[in-house]
Design a protein. Structure first.
Length: 138
């Protein structure tokens, strides 16, 4: 079976990691934004527009998204490793879906960041950290 036709065989825990990583990335950007509600809405809309098997994972209504922490730093401590873990897991199972996941997260980050005033350094830095977490180990 080629990488483009392989299916994902994710456990419930793996799906939870993927969802936590994706929605956590949007939450981080919203927390860093000067317009958190708009950033969260735009980022979430981008996640919900994902296609392929990743789209099905992200679109499932789930109570397994666990975003802990009351500060941006605490949230980042949880989400950034989850992004790396999700990307690594997907790379091992289906590189095409791993690329789809990374692209979806980066589009969501771009959509969330676009709601802030131009040149917001905190949003730009958070976007950079999210991108770096997605590409660790590649």
């Amino acid at each position: 079976m080629s990488a483009t036709t392989a299916t994902l065989a994710l456990t419930d825990q793996s799906k939870a990691t993927v969802r936590t990583a994706a929605y956590g990335a949007v939450s981080l950007l919203a927390a860093a934004s000067d317009k958190p509600g708009k950033a969260a809405g735009a980022g979430t809309a981008a996640l919900l527009s994902a296609t392929g098997e990743i789209g099905h994972v992200l679109n499932a209504k789930s109570k397994d998204i666990h975003l802990t922490g009351k500060t941006v730093a605490a949230l980042a401590d949880h989400v950034l490793p989850a992004l790396t873990a999700a990307a690594t897991l997907l790379d091992a199972q289906n590189p095409a879906e791993a690329t789809n996941f990374r692209t979806t997260i980066l589009i969501a980050a771009e959509a969330a960041a676009a709601t802030s005033r131009p040149g917001q350094p905190v949003v730009a830095e958070m976007t950079r950290k999210i991108a770096a977490a997605l590409h660790t180990g590649n």
